[in-house]
Design a protein around this ligand. Sequence first.
Ligand code: SF4
Length: 327
Amino acid sequence: RYFDQDTGFLDAFLGGGSQPVQAVDGVSLALYENDSIGIIGESGCGKTTLLQTLARLQEQTDGELRFEGNPISEFSKKEMKAFRRQVQIIFQDPFNSFDPKLTVRESLLEPLRIHGMDDRDRRVREALERAELNPPEKYLERRPTQLSGGELQRVSIARALVLEPKVILADEPVSMLDVSTQASILNLLSDLTAELDVALLYISHDLSTVSYVCDRIDVMYLGRVVESAPTHDLLDSPKHPYTQALVNAIPIPDPHDDRERTTIDGTPGNPVGIGEGCRFRDRCPERMDICERTPRNVSVDAENHRVACHLYYDHEEEQRRGEAIAE
Ligand code: SF4
């Protein structure tokens, strides 16, 4: 079990504003060996903040993050350095994540040097081969501007793999690539998690790419996880109205597909000073009076399929139980 997080919330400040934003609120996440978990949601839902918190690029203001059972906040310098080797990130824009002056070889040697690992040339070659950049000699002396977007994203994957990490955090890794390149990178990520002992946390706004790579998906809306389920359950039987709309919007390459498309009206809204209640209620077609109260996270169908929506919570039953206890 690598990550085990119970985040309270993160404070950030919008440009010029002074009110705190709950970018991530009450998110619980556990990532195990060989897991592939997708975090899906619109821009501003908090998924990037969550990833940056897991990577320790920013600190959470509440809650706890543990790695292999140990609280990260208590790590010594040496332990933090080991953590940074074991948790690697693949960024959305490969062109912004490399020094344009460095060759591929230099970019991959740098982390090996920082972490004092030996046999560096062999490790660089093997990582490029794993990322399907063959033969490695063809790429070693090239600079980022001499590579296509897809090739450079493969170099990002090689750079992540060269340190033999336990966890890879992927931040929209294919969203800036053309469609044919997207498919090959998704296949590569899927193969890597199956073949290497690596756990993957993949964040994206695109449910179809996440469902291709991940065994399990968490759906986020304005800082909260509103539904969490194994990928096939989420696609076959989405529960939360927001997830239902996302699943319904996935294009199906079938000329006879005559499903009626539902669209979600409105925008996610402003997270500044957000208060009590379901955060999706202004856009929800199923909204009820009780939705002014924050819905509890409950299991539906199976213990590992959870949803935070009043449609799946028996309020009358809770009231009856409460009265019985009072009597
Ligand atoms: Fe819609 Fe209410 Fe469920 Fe929120 S809690 S998704 S407003 S039905």
